[in-house]
Design a protein around this ligand. Structure first.
Ligand SMILES: Cc1ncc(COP(=O)(O)O)c(C=O)c1O
Length: 412
């Protein structure tokens, strides 16, 4: 190959993205993207295609639609012409409503510390884009919803995991192990509490210790608190939050969502609470990701935050009852080891056959019409378990439990 041919070929492989993968002219995505884990929950759902009457407990959402007062608010906003771009950080009235909401739950927060996002997953991506880049070291507590682990990898960061342990008290954190992993060279801690999939919820004392440690080493905390209202311990209306302890101008970014507390998964609306001095840069990132959350959806968000408290409290009471109902029912099945966690809307439990959880879940959906998520979908630390989302009517849960009982009795 002549020198000029070589230059053309190098240019072409750069254009086609083939340079990193080594295959000349192959139209590949970047290696970091190709290395992302595909969703094992999807893999199980695909195995269920064509199976009649599957009971789907695999996804993290309720079987109920968004309440009418929020849907009506969106219809009104559309009828009134709320169809234009908004400010990158969200309409002022929603930022102010969120600031009042966060203040009531966690102490003084101004609209200048709040940004509206296109749901929690976009908030996580924006938070990561704000503070991590190629080569940075990130720590995450697992088992964990995969997005928190995969997002930093898209940005070229490496992620070290610290696993929760499972024992008599359910899922627990070895705080010393987490602190040891949070070395001075760590850029960011990604922590989700209440946790998906385990329901584990960090205590206030643990948060205090972690916050002090991260302050000492200059480590950012990205706190995924999308399940903070789905918390069943004591009489608290909300789980312990890093926002209760941190000032609004230190290295803490809290991520939240309308999906869980107001049943708005399909609307794609969320928010971030972060230091005010990040906001101009965050606005730029929003511009280059989505530009803004949809205008009429933001209007509905204002109504959810301002008028939704009674709804959220009754939703949480229903979820609490469903959790207890399902735990009790599962405990009647031989070999099932399950405990009631403090938060979120899942049971993450072990049962015979779960040491190969993906295979087990595929068999369950094909042979029993029962849709559960395999523990391995949440990292290798989740192997040996399955996740069951209990955000549905107890009669449906009972039907699922009977299918599981029959399935296991024919396997043993
Ligand atoms: C831990 C966790 N964080 C964030 C999200 C994001 O939710 P959404 O993008 O619907 O706001 C989810 C959704 O299931 C989740 O489980």
């Amino acid at each position: 190959m002549s020198e000029s041919e070589g230059a053309v070929s190098a240019e072409l492989s750069e254009l086609t993205g083939a340079r990193e993968s080594g295959a000349p002219h192959a139209p590949n995505a970047r290696d970091a993207v190709r290395a992302l884990r595909p969703s094992q929950i999807r893999e199980v759902a695909n195995a269920g295609f064509g199976v009649p009457d599957v009971l789907p407990f695999w996804f993290g959402e309720s079987d109920r639609v968004t309440p009418p007062f929020i849907r009506d608010a969106a219809s009104r906003a559309l009828a009134d012409g709320a169809t234009f771009y908004t400010h990158n950080l969200g309409v002022a009235s929603l930022r102010e409503a969120l600031a009042r909401y966060v203040t009531a739950l966690h102490g003084d927060t101004s609209a200048a510390h709040v940004a509206v996002t296109s749901a929690g997953v976009n908030a996580l991506m924006l938070a990561a884009q704000l503070v991590v880049g190629a080569g940075d070291r990130v720590v995450a507590v697992t088992p964990l919803w995969p997005n928190l682990v995969e997002i930093p990898k898209i940005l070229g960061a490496s992620v070290e995991t610290v696993s929760l342990g499972y024992g008599e008290n359910g899922w627990t954190l070895d705080l010393d192990r987490l602190l040891a992993a949070l070395t001075p060279s760590t850029r960011m801690l990604m922590i989700n509490s209440p946790n998906n999939p385990t329901g584990w919820t960090m205590t206030r004392d643990q948060q205090r210790t972690v916050l002090e440690h991260c302050r000492r080493h200059g480590i950012w905390i990205v706190a995924d608190e999308v399940y903070e209202r789905l918390y069943y311990r004591g009489n608290g209306k909300v789980a312990p939050s890093f926002l209760d302890l941190a000032s609004r101008d230190e290295r803490v970014i809290a991520v939240n969502s309308f999906s869980k507390a107001w049943l708005m998964t399909g609307w794609r609306l969320g928010w971030i609470v972060a230091p005010e001095r990040l906001m101009d840069d965050l606005g730029k990132l929003v511009e280059y990701n989505t530009s803004c959350a949809p205008s009429f959806v933001q209007q509905a968000g204002i109504v959810a935050v301002e008028e939704g408290e009674r709804f959220t409290q009754s939703l949480v009471a229903d979820l609490h009852a469903s959790r207890d109902h399902l735990v009790k029912a599962l405990q009647t099945i031989d070999g099932v080891d399950v405990r009631a966690p403090d938060g979120a809307m899942y049971l993450f439990f072990s049962l015979p056959g779960a040491s190969r959880s993906l295979e087990l879940c595929k068999s369950l959906v094909r042979d029993a019409g029962l849709g559960l998520a395999p523990g391995s979908a949440f990292g290798e630390e989740g192997e040996g378990f399955v996740r069951w989302c209990y955000a549905c009517d107890p009669a449906r849960l009972d039907k699922g439990v009977e299918r599981l009982r029959t399935f296991l009795s024919t396997r043993v």
